[in-house]
Design a protein around this ligand. Structure first.
Ligand code: NI
Ligand code: MN
Length: 225
């Protein structure tokens, strides 16, 4: 499993031969200007919630790639009505895709499209593929529901928002990594806007002091699990 950070909360995950994009927000992010959005591969686009900083590029990429959009019922219906290929899910449900198993899990946040229409309840994803398991928290507060994840899935990586203000900050993300029982963390949802700028060295040190490894990737950089 190869995970590429595309800036903000956008990820590209390669499992076997399958490309999965998560929450594509690239054209709206000046920090990701070097990412060539027109050549990004996508077989699936996973959407955690409807906010513009997670959905801005969904339509353009889905139109070009014919990718299947996977999200909650309301978000998927929004795209289905526009003619896109979709797979509806909702909280607590899992599905065996050709690349692996995906579960849509709880997040504590809000979810509306840019025009204010309802985007269902926000979520995160647990993805199991190629014998590696990852948790993509989405935009969320620290929540006790995270404790349910390790009861069923031994995680290899937790991808957690750390930018504070709109989501968990560092302090709560450290506790979240305890809740999900995973000490290997990829931080996301930081630095894009003024509200969520963080001190990278301080963030890494605070995780390190709790015997945890916080990775912060440059936009466009990848890790292999
Ligand atoms: Ni959000
Ligand atoms: Mn967000």
């Amino acid at each position: 499993m190869k995970i590429t950070f595309l800036g903000h909360a956008s990820l590209q995950i390669l499992i076997g031969e399958t490309y999965i994009l998560v929450d594509p927000f690239i054209s709206g992010n000046p920090k990701a200007a070097h990412i060539e959005i027109d050549s990004l591969k996508a077989d699936y686009i996973l959407v955690t919630h409807a906010h513009f900083d997670h959905t801005k590029d969904v339509e353009a990429i889905a139109k070009r790639t014919n990718a299947i959009i996977v999200s909650n019922f309301e978000i998927v219906t929004h795209y289905q009505n526009k003619g896109f290929n979709v797979h509806p899910m909702n909280h607590g449900g899992s599905w065996e895709f050709d690349f692996g198993r995906v579960k849509y899990v709880n997040a504590v946040h809000t979810s509306s499209f840019e025009d204010g229409t309802y985007g269902g309840q926000p979520g995160g994803f647990v993805i199991e593929g190629e014998h590696k398991n990852i948790y993509i928290a989405g935009d969320t507060a620290l929540t006790y529901d995270m404790k349910l994840i390790p009861m069923q899935t031994k995680l290899d990586l937790a991808i957690l928002p750390i930018g504070d203000n709109f989501t968990m900050g560092i302090e709560d993300a450290i506790i979240a990594s305890d809740f999900v029982e995973c000490d290997k963390i990829l931080g996301y949802h930081f630095d894009t806007f003024g509200y969520i700028e963080i001190d990278h060295d301080d963030a890494k040190r605070r995780f390190f002091e709790k015997d945890k490894d916080l990775m912060l990737l440059e936009i466009g950089a990848s890790i292999e699990l």
